[in-house]
Each structure stands twice: as structure tokens, then as C-alpha cells.
Design a protein around this ligand. Structure first.
Ligand SMILES: [Zn+2]
Ligand SMILES: [Zn+2]
Length: 265
């Protein structure tokens, strides 16, 4: 089954292509289950996400499309949200959605994956200032906290911290193992996220080694383009499926009303 649960819309202010155009492209690519998971509102970094008063419009546009293309594709509704308790907009946790992706895009409010986001004392040299080991540890601790919160269904781009290629040589260590243990305990899935192939690291999230550890811990996987434009949809999907199979997976997770179901891949 062809699954793609991580896709954005222009409401996050850094994506192009209408939701309908995304749905049509997904149908053209014979994707069976396609999910929208736009960036949920947050009282931080507001320029890169929808605002709280856009949620209704996002959801009603989604439901109209779900109806319109019924029988052609299964569309699912989600959000990608940060676990940032001091800045959270809890409304996202009360929405009636199929799933929530929990991601860490921030370390202490530092938007480490966005080179444009240099503000409030966080500069372009922040990686060097903090040191790679400390940054790595803090990132995976944030993932472990997010999982332990029990608020989410899928972990977004598990090892996003490697985005700029700082960690090419890093092997899974205790920080990674602790995060995976928290994910297993929370009963969450992780996604194979294709967007890393479009970033300087030139590798999917997570690495093949981490995927094998996840499989050993019986953590379900799912798939996501993390599309911010039409031509991101499905980019290198066959490779992601190959990686899943070589890690041992024969099933992947889909979600309805926040309930996970495993389907053959
Ligand atoms: Zn984004
Ligand atoms: Zn993300």
C-alpha cells in the first residue's frame, strides 16, 4: 500500500500548491492513503505556521476534498505540531483529527533547522557555539520528552538534527536509544521522511541504522514526503519503501480518528 502522511499547505506560509492540487497529484501517483499535516499554530515562530483562526478553514477545505475524491483516494487529516509547552496552543490537541505528528524543530526555542530564522539571540553559528555533542543530546532529549507527553501519534523526521550534515559520522548512541525507548513506550510510530533527500544531509530521516533499531523495538513505521510543493510529493518514495523492507518491515501504520492500524506494504 502506498502511504504518505506528511504534507503541508500554503497556510504555513512556506509551502506552495493548493490542497486540491496535492490531492490530485497523490491520485496521479496512485497513493492509497494521503494525509495533510500542516504546521499547527504555536506562540512562537508564527511566520512559519498557520494561525489558530485558520484551523477551521484548513479542516473544512480538507473535508470537502475528502468527500470529492472518495473512492479515488483515502485522505486523512492531521497536524504537525511541536512539543513546546511554554508556547503551545493546546487547541490542536482538541481537534478531531486522524493523527498528530510530533516534531522537534526547536532546541530551547532555537529553530535549528531553519537557517533563515536568526533572531532572539540565536545566530547562524549556534551549532558551533553549543557544540555538536551537546546539540545532539539536547535534540534527542526533546524528542524523548515529546514522546513521553503522550500527545502525539507519529514522530516527525526522527533525526532532523542531521539536516545540515553536521552528523554524518554520528552513530546511534544513548541519546538516540533513550528517544526510541520513549517512542516505543508511548506506542507511537515513526515516519520515514523523504525530505532529508532534498536537504544538505542528502539522506532520509531516520538513518538506516536507526530504522533497524526501531524495528528491533517493534516501533511501527509510516511514510511521509514532508511536501511543501507539488514536486516534493513522492520524491524517492521507492527508495524509502526499500529501506523499510531491508530493516525488516512488512507493514506500515495508518491512522483514523487517532487509532493506528497496520497495513501491508
Ligand atoms: Zn515546513
Ligand atoms: Zn517538520
Amino acid at each position: 500500500m502506498n502511504i504518505d502522511l506528511h504534507n503541508h499547505t500554503p497556510r504555513c506560509n512556506h509551502a506552495t500548491g493548493s490542497m486540491e492540487a496535492f490531492a490530485l497529484e497523490a491520485i496521479a501517483q496512485k497513493i492509497d492513503v494521503f494525509g495533510f499535516s500542516d504546521h499547527a499554530p504555536l506562540r512562537w515562530d508564527e511566520g512559519y505556521r498557520m494561525s489558530a483562526d485558520e484551523m477551521d478553514a484548513y479542516e473544512s477545505e480538507f473535508f470537502a476534498l475528502k468527500d470529492k475524491y472518495k473512492g479515488k483516494i483515502v485522505l486523512l487529516l492531521g497536524y504537525e505540531a511541536d512539543y513546546l509547552p511554554s508556547k503551545a496552543i493546546d487547541a490542536v490537541f482538541e481537534r478531531k483529527v486522524d493523527y498528530l505528528i510530533g516534531s522537534a524543530h526547536f532546541i530551547d526555542l532555537w529553530s535549528f533547522d531553519n537557517p533563515e530564522s536568526v533572531f532572539d539571540g540565536f545566530g547562524a553559528d549556534e551549532f558551533n557555539k553549543r557544540g555538536l555533542d551537546e546539540t545532539w543530546r539536547a535534540y534527542f532529549a526533546a524528542i524523548a520528552d515529546m514522546a513521553a507527553s503522550g500527545l502525539f501519534d507519529i514522530v516527525g523526521h526522527f533525526d532532523l538534527i542531521k539536516i545540515f550534515g553536521h552528523y554524518r559520522e554520528k552513530k546511534p548512541d544513548e541519546a538516540v536509544e533513550n528517544a526510541l525507548a520513549a517512542i516505543a513506550k508511548a506506542g507511537m510510530a515513526i515516519e520515514i521522511n523523504f525530505s532529508g533527500w532534498r536537504k544538505p544531509v542528502k539522506e532520509q530521516y531516520p538513518s538506516a541504522e536507526i530504522l533497524k533499531l526501531a524495528y528491533a523495538l517493534k516501533i511501527p513505521i509510516t511514510f511521509g514526503s514532508d511536501a511543501h510543493a507539488i514536486d516534493h510529493i513522492g520524491y524517492k518514495r521507492p527508495l524509502a519503501y526499500d529501506l523499510a523492507r531491508s530493516a525488516g518491515y512488512s507493514e506500515a501504520a495508518i491512522f483514523e480518528n487517532r487509532k493506528m492500524r497496520l497495513v501491508k506494504i
